[in-house]
Each structure stands twice: as structure tokens, then as C-alpha cells.
Design a protein around this ligand. Structure first.
Ligand code: RET
Length: 274
């Protein structure tokens, strides 16, 4: 798998530690998120619990993937004491693993939002298929593209990236429309949280695109620094788009649950303000 950027560069000990540390923070945060979503499950009425279940699945899949990436990094590189650098050994680092995780998480994150929105019953399945299908298509196209990040960054990597942008714009438009409509019917506190979710979504999902573009940035794009930079970008994007997003969706579900008369310890203030 020499096609990934990481496998074509040599890392100083500081760079290598940075990548490993950032991956570790990534999986530790998702394991913590896993505990959070399991423990706060009771804070939403039963009708919103499938949403929490989806967050739990997203956390577990992301945490295991990032753990696997960190292990794979450690196995792939050996420290060359003479050079003072980490160099590729007998195996390689497979950055493409991320896309397998996205294939699970992207459709889940997109369809998860439907649970806190008011959508006419007959339309729900259609939206699930559109959001989930477009999300999966985007990931597959991007996965094909990443094979070219070293050999043809301004050709094939760019081409498949643009192809992946088509379904991305499609599902983002649906997400933006549905969540925008919800601002007119969500109860007070939930409305503000939904506004935050909308901007968080826009920011964090676009960060993945920035990270994808990094190898296209000339000499820098093919350097060890670029590999460090994109690990940072992907990790920040992961924490925001999965953990923080899930927590905020949970807040909306809790506010709706309370507004609907479900009793949640410690959230009585929400019932009074609605
Ligand atoms: C790619 C390729 C370039 C074009 C576009 C992309 C978008 C990726 C996104 C990924 C989101 C991932 C999430 C993962 C959660 O586990 C594939 C980089 C548009 C938006 C949310």
C-alpha cells in the first residue's frame, strides 16, 4: 500500500510521536464518547433511543478504527538510530481504513438526525435512502481517489474528489433544508442547539475535504509535515462531526422529551421554559 502519503516519507521522532499522540487522543475520545452515550441513554424518551444507539455504534466503530490505525503506524515504521528517523519497515500503513469506518458512520450520522425532526411518516424511508445512499456513494468515490494521492494528486485524486463532491452537495442540501425547517417547530432551547448543529456540520464535514486536498499542495503536500497536518485535520473533524454532533443531537432529543412530558432528572428547567 505504498500509495498512501505516510508510506513515502520518513518521520523525525517528534513528527512520529505527534501522529501517534493525535491518533491516541482520537480513539480515547471516541471510547469516552461511547461511555457517555451509553450512560446518558435514559435522558431521552424511548422514541429517541434509536438515535442514541446509532451514536453508540458510531463511537465504537470510530474508536476501533483509530486504534487500528495507531497500531498499524507503529508496526509499519522502524526507528533508524543512525539516521535518527522513523522509516518504513516490512509492512505499510493503510490510510484507506478510514474510509471503511466512514462507510459505516456517514450514513448513520446523516440518518440519525431524522429522529429529532418532524418528518411525515411516508417520507422517512425516502430521506433515509437518499441521505444514506448519497453518503455511502461519496465515501466510495473518495476511497477510489485516495489511491492516487501520491502518484497523481492533481489528476486522479482531484478527479475522484470532485466526483465525491456531487453526492456531498446533494445530501448537504437535504440536511440543510430539513434542519432549517425544524427551527420553526423545535421547542426553545432545542432551537438554539439545532442552529449550533447546522454550523458544526458545515464546518466539520468540510474539514474532511481540506484534509483530502492536503496531498495536492505541491512539495508540502507530499512531505512528512503534510502527513502530520492531515492527521490533525481528520482527528479534529472526527471529534466534532461524531462526538460533539452526537452530544448536541442528544440535547435536542432531551429538550423534546421534556417538552413532551417525559421526566428527565436535572432537566426540569427545560420544562418550565417551554
Ligand atoms: C472526500 C473526498 C473529496 C470530496 C468530499 C469528501 C468528503 C468527505 C466527508 C467525510 C465525512 C466523514 C465523516 C466521517 C465520520 O466518521 C471523501 C474527502 C466531499 C464529508 C463524517
Amino acid at each position: 500500500m505504498l500509495w498512501n502519503l505516510e508510506n513515502t516519507v520518513e518521520f523525525t521522532p517528534a513528527q512520529f510521536d505527534l501522529i501517534s499522540t493525535v491518533l491516541t487522543i482520537g480513539y480515547a475520545a471516541h471510547f469516552a464518547g461511547l461511555a457517555y452515550f451509553i450512560l446518558t441513554r435514559k435522558n431521552v424518551a424511548p422514541r429517541y433511543r434509536s438515535m442514541t444507539t446509532m451514536s453508540v455504534v458510531v463511537m465504537l466503530s470510530a474508536a476501533l478504527l483509530l486504534l487500528r490505525l495507531d497500531i498499524s503506524l507503529g508496526q509499519a515504521f522502524d526507528y533508524d538510530a543512525a539516521a535518527g528517523l522513523y522509516v518504513l519497515g516490512d509492512s505499510t500503513y493503510n490510510h484507506g481504513f478510514r474510509y471503511f469506518n466512514w462507510l459505516i458512520d456517514v450514513p448513520l450520522l446523516l440518518t440519525q438526525s431524522l429522529f429529532v425532526l418532524n418528518i411525515a411518516k411516508p417520507d422517512v424511508l425516502g430521506y433515509r435512502l437518499k441521505l444514506g445512499g448519497a453518503g455511502a456513494l461519496m465515501v466510495i468515490l473518495g476511497y477510489v481517489g485516495q489511491f492516487y494521492e501520491v502518484v497523481d494528486p492533481l489528476g486522479a485524486l482531484l478527479f475522484w474528489g470532485i466526483a465525491a463532491t456531487v453526492p456531498f452537495i446533494y445530501f448537504t442540501a437535504i440536511f440543510w433544508k430539513l434542519t432549517g425547517e425544524s427551527l420553526s417547530y423545535l421547542p426553545g432551547e432545542a432551537k438554539n442547539t439545532m442552529k449550533q448543529i447546522r454550523y458544526l456540520f458545515m464546518f466539520s464535514w468540510n474539514l474532511y475535504i481540506v484534509a483530502y486536498i492536503v496531498p495536492m499542495l505541491g512539495d508540502f503536500g507530499q512531505s512528512a509535515e503534510a502527513a502530520v497536518t492531515r492527521t490533525y485535520l481528520f482527528t479534529i473533524a472526527d471529534v466534532l462531526s461524531k462526538i460533539i454532533y452526537g452530544i448536541l443531537l442528544g440535547k435536542v432529543a432531551t429538550a423534546r422529551s421534556v417538552a413532551e412530558g417525559y421526566e428527565v432528572d436535572g432537566y426540569e428547567h427545560l420544562a418550565e421554559s417551554n
